[in-house]
Structure formats: C-alpha cells, structure tokens
Design a binder for this molecule. Structure first.
Ligand code: FAD
Ligand code: SF4
Ligand code: SF4
Ligand code: SF4
Length: 766
C-alpha cells in the first residue's frame, strides 16, 4: 500500500465521556452523522448499563474513508470529548494520543487546562452555561450534547452548515442557536512543546470518579438476572472449514490469522506444526481449503494457497525442536517423495533415527521428476528438503530397492514406512500403441526435468485430463512443439487437473479436444495420427461423474508425437513374498508387521497435500505400533490433543480424538458476512502467456503482498473484536488479559452476544 492509501484508510477514533442524562451517546451519534453527511464512513455506539442519571458513560465514534471493520471500543482515542469536567481523570484520559484534541465542557479557560495537559491540544467551552441559557434540558440536568457539537465543529474545522443539515434531519433545529454560540465561544490552546522545558509539575489530583460500569474490570450493577436463563453463552473455538478440508492437516485458519496479526514468522511456526513442505503446497496444491472457504460466496475465497506460498517464501526458517526420546528407534522410509519426506520429518522430530532410501539421485519424488520447474522451481523445494535433513535424517539415494532389499531393511529397522508412490503408468492396448513417437508422459516429463535440453517437435497430442496431462502439454510447448492438443474423454468441467492449470495452458495456446477417446494410432513406423472416437456421456458412475460411452463415430487427428497421461497405479511387486498391504498397514500372512504404507501407495489420492498428511499419519501409526517409549513426545502430543479438541488437526481428529466427538465446522450461515466489507481476493501475478509459453521460468510470481490474509473471517476463532461485549444489553461481558469473561450472575441468557459474533466464536449451551 502506498503511504497515501495508508493515510486515507486511517480511521479517526473519538471517545466521549459524560454522565447519564447529558446526552453523550446521542452526541457521539450526531458527530458520526455529521461526518457521514460529509461523505466519510462512520461508526458510533455507546456503553450501556450505566444509563442511570449521573452515572459515567462512554460513547465512541470512528470516522474513516473506507469500510470500518474494527468494532472494538476505542481504547486509544485520537480525540476526547468530555462533557463533565469532574470526569477529567486518568480513566477518561487513558490512551489519548499525544497531539490529539481534548474538547472539554468547562468554565475554565483553555490555557489553564493546557497547563494540566501539555501534550494535547485543548479546546474548552462552557457548554453547560450556554445550554442552560437556551433552556436545553431542565434546571437541574442540562443536556449539553447538541451544544458541544457546535464547539466540536469549530475545533475540527468542519462547516457549520453540515451541522445545520444534520440537526434538521434529526429534528434538533431549535438547538442550533446554542450550537452556534458554542461554535463562536470555544477557545483552544496547545499542545505545548515540552521537549526543551523542564517537566511540568504534576497536575492537581483529579476528583475521584468511581465508574458505575468499568469497561475492563468493573462489576455489573443491578438486578441479578442469572436465574432467568435456560442457556448460557460461552466462548468456544470452532473448526474453520478451510482447516477441515486441508488434507495435509494444516491449521489453515490459524496460519492465516497468525500472518494477519503477527506476520510471517508466527504464521510459519503454525505451518511448521504440520507440514515440512509449505512452499511446495503454496505452489501446486489444488487447495481444497479454498473450495471450502466461507468467504467464497461473498466475494471470493481467501487465497490460502497464495498466502501459504507467501509465508514459505518470506519467513525465516522455523527452529524445529527435536524431542529428546527415552529410547530412540530406527526407522526406514522407502521413497523420498512428499509422503516419505513428511514421515521422516515427523519421526525425526519425535527424536528417532531415520534413513530414507530413494531410487533417484535426489529426494523429492514426483515433485522433482514430474512437476515441471515453471510450476515448482527447485530452489524452494531444495531449501525445504535441506531443512528436513538438518534434523539428522540420513539419506541413501540412487538405488532402486528390490523386494529382497525391502525384506532386509525391514529386519534391520524397528519399523518401515513404504512411500513408493504410484510407479506403474497406464498404457493403451490399441493398434499402433508401439509406434515410435508414442511415449509415456511421465517418461517425457522425467527427461524434461532431469536432463537438460530435452526436445520434442511438431504437433504433440496428449491423452488424459489430469495434472500429468497438463504438465506434458505445457512442457511440450516449452520444449519445441509447434502445436499441442490435449484429448480428454469427458468434458472440461470434469477434468481432474487443477482448474488454474487448465486456464493457464489455454492462454499459452494449448488446444483441447473434449469427449474424444483414443481407439488407435496410425503411422508407418512412426506415429502420424491418433484415431479418435466421439464419446457420449451416460449416467453417473461411482465417481459421481457421467460415464463416458464410446460411440462408433470416428475421426483422425494428425500428429507427430503422442504423450500418454492416462493415470498410474501402485507397484506391489516390491513387497516381499507373503506380504500384503491392507488399509495402510503391511501384513506377513495375517500377522501385522511394523511396516506401514504412506502417500499415493496407501491412499491413491494423488495430491501432494494428501501425501504429506498421510506420511505424517503413517509415522504416528508406526510410533504407536512400537508401543511405550516410542510414541510422540509429550509436548507434541499435548499440542495434538489440544488440536483434536479444537478439531484442528486432521490426523488427530481421525486417529485419537480424545473426546470421540466430531468437531463442529463453522458453516457459512454462522458467519455475519455483513460485518465484513467487500473486497475481492488478491490474485497471483502471472508472467504474460506469450512470454512464459516458450521458457521454463516460474509462471506465477505469487501474491503481491500478505494483505490477502486480512480478508479472512477467522471462522470459529475469537479475534477480540469486542462485538459481543458491545452488543450485550446487560453490560456483563468484560475484557480480561487473555480474552473475555461473562458475569453469569447477571447474564439473562438472551444470546445476543452469540448471535452478533461475526465469526462463530461463541455458542449457547445448556
Ligand atoms: C506429472 C504430475 C504432476 C502432478 N501435479 C500435482 C499438482 O500440481 N498438485 C498436487 O497436489 N499433486 C500433483 N501430482 C500428484 C503428486 O505429485 C503425488 O500425489 C505425490 O507426489 C505423491 O507422493 P508420494 O510421496 O506418495 O509419491 P511420489 O512422489 O511418487 O514419491 C515416491 C518416491 O519413491 C521412490 N521409489 C519408488 N520405488 C522405489 C524403490 N523401489 N526404491 C527406492 N525408491 C523408490 C520414487 O523414486 C519416488 O521418489 C502430480 C503428479 C504427477 C505425476
Ligand atoms: S496444503 Fe493445500 S489444502 Fe492445505 S492449506 Fe495448503 S493450499 Fe490449502
Ligand atoms: S474465511 Fe478464513 S477461516 Fe474462514 S474458511 Fe476462509 S480462510 Fe478459513
Ligand atoms: S467472541 Fe466473537 S464477537 Fe466476541 S470478541 Fe470474539 S470474535 Fe468478537
């Protein structure tokens, strides 16, 4: 944001102190109405439950140029209006900014007051005398609100005409003469420059004022209404839908709010509880968190993925604590993709010895061999892997293990995690499938990613509709293809590829042929065309998508190369004789082994976030299987129990929710969306399609700033916005050091606080 924007969007905060009967709350509202008439955004409200005549009251007004989202009471006012000089004590002056204005209804001259309050600008007017002369109020209780508003207009250089219009609109025109007199009579002084002079003597002790309702720690007055209720309100943390949807188990609401409130370092610490690869997910995750975001319907989901990348790219490394384990065990992890990395990370943090066995020369799995660098540059990937290795994880790269190796490794270690991914690429059993130029897309991507200068030419046809197909198509363009067509048997809306990938590919010039299925290849030694059958869509199949029905209608698509991206399946030939894989665990016959599968091999889900979440869960299953002494360290477990209670961590929820209760997820209906100003999401900055289609530089430059975090509602998580406190009609909610307390003796259980909470941070319970 430019300085100008910051200045323009600054909100002026005014606090007003008066006594019940003087019209202070109305005065605050008049001032708000006046500013509103001048085109500003305003907010105004008063403290209630101190309405008794003569009791100290406070009222608040905010004035800004944009939407005013802060609903707290005003704790640090820019300006103060004091309707009764006997209130001029530390309580009234608390938080007043240096250089702010103190407008007081007093017969004292402004200069005298200025000597007492040298750091602020003082404006004084005897509004009581003026109001009394004009007969406003009674002889004993003078109502000064409409009078002092005239002085306010003068002190802040506002046009008196605006006040006139405001009074006309409110039916207060007969009070205008008094307001005009106060406008003329107000006198100003200060602030005094105290830097060169010796400190001024302490001001005379202010009269002792005992507020009837103190906003932070006072006691509630009046009738004890606590016995009236059938339900009580309480503060309760609820699970945000984004957190519930994250397959990696990230506390999404937690890291977005940490970023919004405390910055990148704090947000990175939240992410580091669940994921070793935030910069990867922040780039390539399909982001189911965003699909579940409560803000989606209002003006677009919070760009969580972009924020995750922002945090990973901008935060310093988080210092990870390695638990001291009483009896460290030896773990083998076979496969160094995201699942294996997440498992190794969780085990190493729990204080155990871990060795990763990886077939390739470097760790990363599909993140290195499959996903192209224009989507996932290797520098952030390497950085996160290096941080993981710094935990003491050993690595043996460069040898593909055979089943005999797996048996030996399992014998040599206390427990084994198999995270070998989906190694078998599906092929097509049709005529011409063995022609030159027909190649597995994964083999092509491997060449592009691991060998420099891999080329492909002419018209390239890619068969498939997932991320692999899109990566093949876009990599082919960047590797010399003159034309690329993706052929998919269903419609565009049913493509499993990440939506943004499809859009970006299209902008780069990739063409699509939907509802077409390959039925053969033509060529004389080398492929020259793909035979395609038109596909009709039948009734929905098990996946909920309409089943493709291949018709007899055929056509030929001329081409120079074909890349197959038809999906992958697991390769269980690695399992030693007698072993089988059942629900994520390995068995020798019917005997459970201390061996677990993780990631795509175990779930087949096919996303990095699922692999990370499942890798971590597999590690926890392995720790639990080894019994006492090997389970997760206490601190970690305490975190997780807490997380389970809050329903925040997917693995904790699934495995050992100590309450056995499904966590509540905050539904969009529970959000008071009208409390939040509309603001469309910040998009990621993309390199122009015409430039990026011919080079492997990173396509997305990420979000322009972390501002997007401010759009998050903080679903289910109290932000101390004071809305409940302000709306409580009985004034029984009080701020504490860490949150709020409700004086239940006086709470009649109306539930207004719960209804008014913008983000479902409270609930009523019997
Ligand atoms: C081209 C492509 C693009 C993708 N794009 C996305 C995307 O944008 N977003 C997304 O979320 N997901 C994407 N995915 C899916 C995602 O990459 C996988 O779901 C994820 O990598 C699975 O992780 P994993 O650790 O289970 O397996 P893998 O990443 O496959 O890792 C398995 C590792 O095990 C090693 N290994 C296998 N056998 C042996 C053996 N015998 N001995 C030693 N090591 C062995 C392999 O070399 C490999 O390193 C994509 C997948 C592909 C293929
Ligand atoms: S890993 Fe994916 S689903 Fe989870 S927070 Fe990140 S972008 Fe969202
Ligand atoms: S608004 Fe924030 S907390 Fe709520 S679902 Fe969206 S990202 Fe999550
Ligand atoms: S409970 Fe809700 S209304 Fe009350 S302070 Fe927290 S977020 Fe605001």
């Amino acid at each position: 944001m430019s300085d100008e924007t910051v200045e323009r969007s600054r909100v002026l905060e005014i606090r007003l102190h008066g006594r019940g009967g003087q019209g202070g709350v109305t005065c605050a509202k008049l001032i708000a109405a006046l500013h509103s008439r001048l085109g500003r955004s305003v907010q105004s409200f008063g403290d209630y439950a101190g309405e008794r005549s003569g009791a100290p009251i406070r009222a608040y007004t905010r004035v800004g140029d944009g939407a005013i989202e802060n609903r707290n009471k005003v704790y640090r006012p820019d300006h103060l209006i004091v309707l009764d000089p006997t209130l001029l004590g530390p309580d009234a002056l608390a938080g007043l900014a240096d250089g702010g204005t103190l407008l007081v209804n007093t017969p004292e001259p402004a200069e005298v007051l200025a000597a007492r309050f040298p750091r602020v600008r003082v404006a004084a007017v005897d509004a009581s005398a003026i109001a009394r002369r004009h007969g406003i109020g009674t002889r004993s209780v003078v109502i000064v609100n409409t009078t002092i508003a005239g002085a306010y207009v003068r002190a802040f250089g506002l046009p008196f005409e605006a006040l006139e219009e405001t009074y006309r609109a409110f039916g207060y025109s007969k009070n205008l003469a008094a307001a005009r007199e106060a406008f003329e009579a107000v006198r100003e002084s200060g602030p005094v420059d105290t830097s060169a002079s010796p400190p001024s003597p302490p001001p005379p002790a202010p009269p002792k004022v005992i507020p009837l309702v103190e906003h932070s720690d006072g006691k509630s007055p009046g009738l004890k209404t606590g016995s009236w209720r059938s339900q009580t309100p309480r503060y309760a943390r609820h699970l945000a839908p984004c957190s519930a949807a994250c397959p990696a188990g990230n506390d999404v609401e937690g890291f977005v709010q940490a970023l919004a409130r405390d910055g990148e370092r704090a947000a990175a610490a939240v992410l580091a509880r669940t994921s070793p690869l935030p910069s990867v997910c922040g780039r390539v995750c399909p982001a189911p968190c965003m699909a579940g975001c409560n803000r989606k319907e209002k003006d677009g989901a919070v760009n969580v993925r972009g924020l995750e990348r922002w945090i990973a790219d901008h935060a310093p490394a988080v210092e990870v604590e390695i638990a001291s384990c009483a009896s460290p065990r030896r773990f083998a992890v076979v496969g160094g993709g995201p699942a294996g990395l997440a498992a190794a990370w969780a085990l190493a943090r729990a204080g155990h010895r871990v060795t990763i066995f990886e077939a390739e020369r470097a760790l990363g799995g599909v993140l290195r061999t499959g996903i192209p660098v224009y989507r996932l540059p290797r520098a952030p990937l390497d950085r996160e892997i290096d941080r993981l290795l710094a935990l003491g994880v050993e690595v043996r790269c460069g040898r593909r293990l055979e089943r005999s190796d797996v048996a030996a490794i399992a014998r040599e270690h206390d427990a084994t995690i198999l995270a070998t991914g989906l190694a078998c690429a599906r092929s097509l059993d049709v005529a011409g499938a063995h022609l030159d130029g027909v190649e597995q897309g994964l083999a092509f991507l491997r060449r592009v990613n691991l060998e420099s200068g891999a080329r492909i030419g002419g018209h390239v046809v890619v068969l498939g509709g997932g991320n692999t197909a899109l990566d093949c198509a876009r990599s082919a363009l960047r590797s010399g293809a003159s034309e690329v067509t993706v052929v998919y048997r269903r419609s565009r809306g049913e493509m499993p590829a990440i939506v943004e990938e499809v859009e970006q590919a299209e902008h780069e010039g990739v063409r699509f042929a939907f509802l077409r299925a390959p039925v053969g290849f033509e060529g004389d030694g080398r492929v020259r065309a793909v035979s395609l059958a038109e596909v009709d869509l039948g009734p929905p199949d098990g996946s909920g998508r309409r089943r493709p029905v291949v018709s007899e209608r055929r056509s030929a698509l001329a081409c120079d190369a074909v890349l197959l991206a038809l999906g992958q399946s697991d390769d269980l030939s690695l399992l030693p004789d007698g072993w089988s894989l059942r629900q994520g665990r390995l068995y020798d016959g019917d005997d459970p082994l201390p061996a677990f599968a993780a990631g795509d091999l175990s779930t087949g889900e096919g996303t990095v976030a699922h692999a990370i979440g499942d890798g971590r869960r597999a590690a926890l299953r392995a720790l639990a299987a080894l019994g006492p002494g090997a389970e997760e360290p206490r601190r970690d477990r305490a975190d997780r129990v807490d997380a389970a209670r809050l329903g925040r961590d997917a693995s904790a929820r699934e495995e050992r929710n100590p309450l056995g209760v499904p966590p509540k997820t905050v539904r969009p209906e529970a959000i008071r969306a009208d409390h939040f100003a509309s603001s469309p999401p910040d998009g990621e900055r993309l390199v122009e399609a015409a430039i990026r289609r011919r080079e492997f530089g990173e396509v997305s430059r990420g979000l322009p700033s972390a501002r997007e975090a401010q759009r998050c509602y903080a679903c289910g998580d109290c932000t101390r916005c004071d809305t409940c406190l302000v709306y409580c009609p009985d004034g029984v909610i009080h701020r504490t050091e860490t949150g709020y307390e409700i004086d239940l003796s006086y709470c009649k259980g109306c539930g207004i606080c719960v209804t008014e909470c913008p983000r479902s941070g409270m609930e009523m319970s019997a």
